[in-house]
Design a protein around this ligand. Structure first.
Ligand SMILES: O=P(O)(O)OC[C@H]1O[C@H](O)[C@H](O)[C@@H](O)[C@@H]1O
Length: 278
């Protein structure tokens, strides 16, 4: 296994971020005056062909095992292949992945002509946009997610607001559809839910004394995930004691919300984080 090349550093007036070419993977973002906003496991590898455990993995063209339940690699190939840098500025960059750049194996797993772009702007806010253009002659369907690992003080203490009225698919309960809770979310155990809502969502973090405000565009779903202690211990790239420090809050279009992209059409999924303190 070989180590990833150094990431691109984006440094503007208001914050600093790093992005790897593999997966167009945002690995860190720190707005000046705040603690880092993204979690990365100390046990994560930074290896060619494996996804970084933290930051913002890009899931595409399917989510998890896909709708058929047997797609591999998990979450699609986008997070483990190199994207090309199309443009870089001081605090922003655009990466691109096309079908032509894929290995034969990956191309066969998604036999469609596409151009995916991931744009990142790291200022006082972090703005990430995944756009997928159908460059072929036939429509295709995709699942996708910006699988953001938020850094939190203690996941057991945070309050997630904005999903009160959304029903959700509970992946820990055989994908059962659960009615809206009618109240904000507090995590008390392993959580793996696809909320049928694209937010906006706020994460109140009393331990770090801050609020993360998440605004999404083009997302029909918000995935909320924390493996909790037992699952974390079973993961080789995740420290046993690290799970309280992260909360995945993912902007997604998954399962029934897979997106049909017609020839010539461009679909955009946007995700923005603002950090606020009182
Ligand atoms: O371990 P990974 O392939 O990175 O997936 C990590 C997690 O991603 C999402 O949040 C899914 O909903 C979870 O079911 C999955 O466990």
């Amino acid at each position: 296994m070989s180590e990833l090349n150094h990431p691109l550093a984006l440094s503007g007036d208001a914050g600093i971020a790093t992005v790897y070419d593999q997966g167009a993977h945002v690995a860190s973002w720190t707005p000046f005056g705040h603690d880092p906003a993204l979690f990365v496991s100390r046990r994560s590898g930074f290896q060619v062909g494996t996804s970084i455990r933290g930051g913002i993995p890009v899931c595409f063209p399917w989510f998890g095992p896909g709708r058929s339940g047997d797609r591999k690699p998990a979450h699609g190939f986008a997070r483990i292949v190199d994207w090309a840098r199309v443009s870089t500025e001081q605090d922003a960059a655009v990466f691109e992945l096309t079908d032509a750049a894929l290995s034969q194996e990956h191309r066969e797993s998604f036999p469609h002509a596409f151009r995916a772009r991931l744009s990142v702007r790291a200022g006082a806010s972090l703005e990430v946009v995944l756009s997928v253009e159908n460059t072929g002659e036939e429509a295709f369907e995709i699942e996708e997610a910006l699988h953001t690992y938020l850094a939190v003080g203690d996941v057991r203490e945070v309050e997630v607001r904005g999903l009160e009225d959304a029903e959700f698919i509970d992946k820990t309960q055989d994908n059962a559809l659960v009615p809206a809770a009618g109240r904000s979310l507090r995590l008390t155990g392993e959580t793996d839910r696809v909320y049928l809502s694209g937010g906006p969502v706020t994460v109140e973090d009393p331990v770090l004394g801050r609020r993360l405000r998440i605004t999404m565009r083009g997302a029909a779903d918000t995935v909320v995930w924390n493996p909790w202690s037992e699952k974390a211990a079973a993961m080789s790239d995740f420290g046993d004691e690290e799970w309280p420090a992260m909360l995945c809050l993912e902007g997604a279009n998954a399962l029934e919300h897979a997106v049909r992209v017609a020839p010539g059409e461009v679909h955009e999924l946007g995700y923005r984080i603002d950090v606020e303190t009182d």
